[in-house]
Write a protein that binds this ligand. Sequence first.
Ligand code: FES
Length: 174
Amino acid sequence: IIREGYEHGFINQAIIEKYAPADKNYSIYMSGPAAMIHFVNQEIKKLDLRPGQVRQEMSGSVNPYFFKNYPEEAKNKTFNMTVKTRDQIQVIPARSDESLLVAMERAGIIAPSSCRSGVCGACRSRVVNGKVFIPFPGRRAADSEYNYVNTCVTFPISDLTLQVPVHDYANMLG
Ligand code: FES
């Protein structure tokens, strides 16, 4: 059924420009499955917006192999991830198709998280060494410079060391 008065099909550059102000003074908020978010991000790149103008929330898990710029040589590998918290150092397995956050949870580490979509920053941790794949654009310049990542949307592509902040939730709740 095609209903009058609604757009149909993929959300592309033309549809966004049809409704967005010409002066580019607006924000985009996307919510949906990873494949949709990936497609719309490619279209948004053509609009020449600042990273801060785009927010996204994914449902379901992301498969990094789906992305064109994913390095072939990392596929189907399991790496060693050294996780440092305030008072513990652990070496755990980290599969290349699972986020750093999921690898920690599998190993029983209670790592901080909330949205699990790369939006809230609750899982923000520092990659001390090693390489990671970050599928979605929009990382803050300071985070890139000092190697901070959102572990929920970051994937290992080599052995690595991660410094994870410990939040004292019990005290925060009083
Ligand atoms: S849990 Fe929100 S950004 Fe990772």
